[in-house]
Design a protein around this ligand. Structure first.
Ligand SMILES: Nc1ncnc2c1ncn2[C@@H]1O[C@H](COP(=O)(O)OP(=O)(O)OP(=O)(O)O)[C@@H](O)[C@H]1O
Ligand SMILES: [Mg+2]
Length: 582
């Protein structure tokens, strides 16, 4: 492999004079410690390298060596359940998210392999070789790499192996033999192949009403969570990580303060998986890059995460990837670009900010895997725009690539209306594709309910504006009632405490009955007012209070209780209307 001599070092970048050919994005090993780096610029007989570790102590004159391959991460059954830095290097324990420089150990976990193929079998690329089991992790599979195919010449019998051990020998049509181990490298900046992409036509169920019912994200879709300081981005992503319907969770803590991440690292291993009753960590991977870790590793971390997500997807699993925060990632990009002396674009970000964001979000997909199964990667990223201004570059470029946009609102957060998703600034595209999914679950009028809800919320804004000018009491009763119905919708449906036992997760069925109740209430109340009932008489009803608190008061799975609530509602409103007419 080619070598080069370091001439200049500046922060995470160094410049070296080459003594042989290097490729762009080739990974390199620097100095005796073999620090990890990546070639980011070629320039005659010089290369510029970004270094994924602290460069303190490196000096001009030291040598670096090419590896002949792009920056890659070691995938394998040993990853799940652990915590890593931006290049998938294991972080020791959960108490300290730091690795001493140059000291990372190669991961080589033991696992139990049970083959599902036999000698003589012909395999196509990406085929399943067998099952992989490990203490502390969900069951996984070992696949043939996407670029290997042929006849099985040798396959290991069931037993304990290490990830790097060869478990299969395979010979292709040209007679070339390949050795296959469970641990397989894959370049982070290149998407793993699918047999074909499938339409995103079912939702990722999150249990968050405002998301699933109004602004859903598809399984294999992509969503952004923009929000100013302290508006609840992290709590929302963590809630989704815990409750969403994905099989595997990949959580990237990107450039957040060290203490914030430590809090999460302490909490996560203790969380119980609502599905299995076991530790949630068994199907979770945490990638941690706090603000005090090397900036280049932060830049790579989101690609590492999505590569890992694709690896589980290829096993026929549904993966949810959460990145918090992509703004801190973009700042890393900006810092490196600045040091490279590139021409700065909007707000100092490089001109390729947008295409790099696309490289990340476009890897979200639902598809048929090479092994013929269906898997998906759903990507959700937070954005922290300075001063909550959504017109800044990271938010506006992100908007081009995501299909769901959950805008967090400082005013709602201050009013403790959590999750503080502003329904008028948020959107979800292609909801028409998801209607069939709801229909199959007994909610054929989901599109109608959703539309009625959004209309009521839009009307609320309009009426509130009017009320500010002329005073609420000056509005006609009909409009006052619309406002009250909208407020009820906010309180009873959109608001959902992440900390309430009954309310933190709402099944699609429960969401449907709740929304039906509230939209029905709005209609009945409107009719009653038309017959002469006053809005105050309606809000004075017992049912009004009960609707307001139904999420927290009623047991989550007791749909009959909602049914009864609905019957009481019809009765009370009916009685009131009759009283007036009598
Ligand atoms: N869904 C929720 N239910 C109840 N409380 C919440 C919810 N979301 C946020 N909060 C409250 O708001 C606080 C701030 O939330 P969070 O840390 O998620 O904000 P953030 O947007 O990630 O902030 P930063 O900009 O600092 O990263 C939380 O500590 C919590 O008290
Ligand atoms: Mg946060």
């Amino acid at each position: 492999m080619s070598e080069a001599v370091i001439e200049y070092i500046g922060g995470p970048l160094l410049r070296a004079r080459t003594e042989g050919p290097f490729g762009l994005y080739e990974s390199v090993a620097i100095g005796e410690e073999r620090l990890l780096g990546e070639v980011v610029r070629l320039d005659g007989d010089h290369i510029t390298v970004q270094v994924y570790e602290d460069t303190t102590g490196l000096a001009p004159g030291r040598r670096l060596a090419g590896t002949g391959r792009p920056l890659s991460i070691p995938l394998g059954p040993g990853v799940l359940g652990g915590m890593y830095d931006g290049l998938l290097r294991p972080l020791d324990g959960f108490d300290s998210p730091f690795i001493p420089r140059g000291s990372f150990r190669e991961r080589d976990q033991a696992y139990r392999f049970t083959p599902s193929v036999a000698v003589g079998e012909r395999l196509s690329p990406g085929a399943v070789l067998g099952a992989a089991e490990r203490e502390g992790a969900m069951d996984q599979q070992v696949l043939l790499p996407p670029d290997v195919d042929g006849e099985v010449v040798e396959i290991a019998p069931a037993g304990e192996y290490r990830e790097a051990e060869v478990i299969c020998r395979i010979e292709n049509a040209r007679g070339e033999r390949r050795e296959v181990a469970a641990r397989q490298d894959w370049p982070v900046r290149i998407a793993r192949p699918l047999a074909r992409r499938l339409p995103v036509d079912e939702p990722l169920i999150t249990g968050q009403r405002v998301i699933d019912s109004l602004f859903p994200v598809g399984l294999g879709g992509k969503a952004a969570v923009p929000g100013g300081f302290g508006t609840g981005k992290t709590v929302l992503l963590e809630t989704l990580a815990r409750w969403c319907s994905a099989d595997v969770i990949i959580y990237v803590g990107c450039g957040e303060r060290g203490n914030e991440l430590t809090g999460m690292l302490e909490e996560f291993p203790g969380l119980v998986d609502p599905r299995s009753g076991r530790s949630l960590m068994e199907r979770t991977v945490i990638i941690a890059n706090t603000s005090n870790m090397p900036v280049a590793a932060r830049e790579a971390s989101i690609y590492t995460a999505v590569t890992l997500a694709e690896y589980y997807r290829d096993q026929g699993l549904h993966v949810a990837l959460m990145a918090d925060s992509t703004s801190r990632w973009a700042e890393a990009l900006r810092e490196i670009s600045g040091r490279l002396g590139e021409l700065p674009g909007e707000a100092g970000y490089p001109a390729y900010l947008s295409s790099r964001l696309a490289d990340f979000y476009e890897r979200a997909a639902k598809g048929e895997t090479l092994a013929g199964k269906v898997g998906s990667v759903t990507v959700m990223g937070t954005v922290s725009p300075p001063a909550g201004d959504f017109s800044e570059p990271v938010t506006s470029h992100t908007k081009r690539y995501v299909r769901s946009f959950w805008a967090l609102d400082a005013r709602r957060a201050q009013a403790r209306m959590y999750p503080a998703i502003n329904p008028l600034q948020s959107y979800a595209e292609e909801t028409s594709r998801l209607a069939a999914w709801w229909q199959a679950r007994g909610n054929s009028d989901w599109p109608r309910l959703r539309r009625a809800t959004l209309e009521l919320l839009e009307e609320q804004t309009r009426l509130e504006r009017m009320a500010r000018i002329i005073g609420k009491d000056a509005l006609p009763f009909g409009q006052q009632m619309r406002l009250l119905a909208a407020e009820l919708l906010n309180d009873a449906f959109l608001r959902q405490s992440a900390f309430s036992e009954n309310d933190r997760y709402a099944s699609p069925e429960r969401q449907t009955v709740m929304l039906r109740l509230l939209i029905r209430f709005a209609d009945l109340a409107q009719q009653a007012v038309a017959r002469g009932v006053t809005p105050a008489e309606i809000t004075g009803l017992r049912i009004y209070r009960r609707l307001q608190r139904m999420g927290e008061d009623l047991p989550p799975d007791d749909l009959a209780a909602y049914q009864a609530l609905g019957e009481d509602m019809e009765r009370e409103l009916q009685a009131l209307a009759e009283e007036v007419t009598a």
